[in-house]
Design a protein around this ligand. Structure first.
Ligand code: 13P
Length: 256
């Protein structure tokens, strides 16, 4: 069965001092047990120092964005090879904030996904609908378009080395969590869609939920069959809050 991944997306938050405290708190409090792993995704300038802070611990490192290009005249961009070079194993691609605020199309997200894999990173592909799209009944269509752009470029086999995060836009930073059943419905849909292309890849891929996940609601979400972890924003910024979700993951024990 699938391990649980508890991933913190720090977004544009932190400072050297705050990160040192946060990382030390997380590393000191990693729950006992197996079947789950923890990941932190700090802003670019802090990747190297956080890499040092998590070295030797069970906490992995990821970035929040990556260029679709390998190198060259792309001022302000960061290449996947650079992220590998400073110790990242993962990178988030296609977060809804990047799609909405920075105009990232599904096509560009797919190119970022491919660039990440070419450098040996595991992409965490974010998909999700807005409130208007949900109310219009187009949730599945929106998610299919986001998934299909990646499948069309890299093919289903590439999904064997990737993670998907379902993040309903209306649940991000709003305090409104999707109910476990609402999230499960979409997670199942994603897995079934992938299964049409390759049942083995679909069965193995981790599908995380993101959107106001916290210690109090994590257990209920993680108990659902197709929810394999969380991509956590606000609650990843305090060690105690992040570790409460990690504790729920350690108890969910889906591998047992
Ligand atoms: P919140 O947990 O703050 O709702 O953010 C979710 C998210 O966007 C993680 O990528």
């Amino acid at each position: 069965m699938r391990d649980i991944l508890v991933a913190g997306n720090w977004k544009m938050n932190g400072s050297s001092a705050a990160n040192a405290e946060l990382v030390a708190g997380i590393v000191a409090g990693v729950p006992e047990g197996d079947g789950f792993s923890l990941l932190v995704c700090p802003p670019f300038p802090y990747l190297a120092s956080v890499a040092a802070g998590v070295a030797g611990s069970a906490v992995r490192l990821g970035a929040q964005n990556v260029s679709e290009h390998e190198a060259g005249a792309y001022t302000g961009e960061v290449a996947a090879g650079m992220l590998r070079d400073v110790g990242c194993e993962y990178v988030i691609v296609g977060h809804s904030e990047r799609r909405a605020l920075y105009g990232e199309s599904s096509g560009r997200v797919a190119e970022k996904f491919a660039a990440a894999q070419a450098a040996g990173l595991l992409p965490i592909l974010c998909v999700g609908e807005t409130l208007a799209e949900r109310e219009a009944g187009t949730t599945e269509r929106v998610i299919d378009e986001q998934l299909d752009a990646v499948l069309g470029l890299v093919g289903i086999a590439a999904l064997a080395s990737a993670v998907i995060a379902y993040e309903p836009v209306w649940a991000i930073g709003t305090g409104k969590t999707a109910s476990p059943e609402q999230a499960q419905d979409v997670h199942r849909h994603i897995r079934e869609r992938l299964a049409r292309a390759d049942a083995e890849v679909a069965a193995g891929i981790q599908i995380l939920y993101g959107g106001s996940m916290k210690g109090e609601n994590a257990a209920g979400l993680l108990a659902m069959q197709d929810i394999d972890g969380g991509l956590i924003g606000g609650a990843s910024l305090k060690a105690k809050d992040f570790l409460a979700i990690a504790e729920a993951a350690s108890r969910a024990n889906k591998t047992g």
